[in-house]
Design a protein around this ligand. Structure first.
Ligand code: PHE
Length: 352
């Protein structure tokens, strides 16, 4: 019997099988328990002889089971350790790295070019009041020009006026020139004395969405105020910028007469390009492409900002950053710029 039970103990391959063997041997009606029950019917002499034998058998089997149980548990632990081991030689999962958004890349390129020409950087708020976005810029009250910008208006404030999401960066012209008593946040440039030579990159907003318009877009404004400034300075500045931006010795440009309330005369500038292929090629071909608005700062704007137009003159321009970026780097649809599609961003993004 002992040999039979110990063989079965050895064969038990897991805890459950071992427990079954234990019940068969040592359980209430197990083989050894039944043997122990026979002691009661024995004569005292017989019992004195058999008792120690059967009890010894029970103790040895119990010890064997305990030993086997410990061995099985150790094996189980080993197996778990082996299966759950971290393999440090496996390659790490690829780490996704962010990239510089094309708009920001292009803005940095533009800022660097203008910094080279001696322009300082100015900023203004995205949420503007009517005065800076329109009135000070010589938009007559109730004039349709205010609607021309497809303005996003904010709800009426406690003072009964409605702020706007700025429709262009031109309000920062006013903030730079104007001397005010209010203390704006430190990042808003105010009250500079002429000569002024600033650029203003920033977000702008209009209710517009198609292949070449997005409701949020970026402009870069330029403003120069000094004595004796004329349109020749404006043309040279823009021609120099365009050639450097498109990394060509010269790009042919032309001024087309236009109207802005805040400049007089006003012009739109076109660049020479080839639009016959899928991608627009700048600086060659027979087509023209409009890229910015500009002009001489209107005397009324100078006056609104506390400058005497008989002493100070200036020019200003405003260009679309995203659109110039799309032109340089060949993006067919401006809306993709702000769709936050990581595949697009990975394809067109720039490494930091
Ligand atoms: N603010 C004008 C626009 O958004 C561009 C512009 C800027 C025109 C400065 C003239 C001078 O269309």
């Amino acid at each position: 019997l002992e040999a039979d039970i110990s063989a079965r103990i050895d064969e038990a391959s897991d805890g459950a099988a071992l427990e079954a063997v234990r019940i068969e041997a040592l359980g209430k009606s197990g083989q050894i328990s039944e043997l122990l029950k026979t002691l009661g019917k024995m004569s005292p002499d017989e019992r004195r002889e058999q008792g120690p034998k059967i009890n010894g058998l029970r103790d040895r089997i119990a010890a064997l089971i305990a030993e086997r149980k410990a061995a099985l548990e150790a094996a189980e632990l080993d197996a778990r350790l082996a299966s759950e081991r971290v393999d440090l030689t496996l390659p790490a999962p690829p780490r996704r790295k962010g990239s510089v958004h094309p708009t920001m890349q292009v803005m940095d390129e533009m800022i660097a070019i203008f910094a080279d020409m001696g322009f300082a950087l100015a900023e203004g708020p995205d949420i503007e009041d009517d005065f800076h976005n329109f009135t000070a810029l010589n938009f007559p009250p109730k004039h349709p020009a205010r609607e021309m910008h497809d303005t996003f208006f904010l709800p009426e404030g406690p003072d009964g006026t409605r702020k706007v999401l700025r429709t262009h960066t031109s309000p920062v012209q006013v903030r730079v020139m104007q001397k005010t008593n209010e203390k704006p946040p430190s990042w808003i440039a105010v009250g500079q004395e002429p000569p002024i030579r600033v650029i203003v990159p920033g977000r702008t907003f209009r209710k517009d969405s198609d292949q070449t318009h997005t409701p949020m877009f970026h402009q870069l404004e330029g403003l120069v105020i000094d004595r004796g400034i004329h349109m020749g300075h404006l043309k040279w500045t823009l021609d120099t910028f365009i050639a450097r931006y498109f990394e060509t010795p010269v790009v042919e440009t032309r001024f087309r007469p236009h109207h802005f309330p805040f400049t007089e005369p006003s012009a739109e500038m076109d660049v020479r390009c080839d639009r016959s292929g899928a991608e627009i090629k700048i600086g060659q071909g027979t087509d023209w492409l409009e890229i910015l608005g500009c002009g001489m700062v209107h005397p009324n704007v100078l006056r609104n900002c506390g400058l005497d137009p008989d002493e100070w003159q200036g020019f200003a321009f405003g260009l679309g950053v995203d659109r110039l970026g799309a032109l340089k780097y060949g993006m067919p649809d401006l809306r993709d710029m702000f769709a936050s599609d990581v595949r697009w961003l990975a394809h067109y993004g720039f490494s930091a």
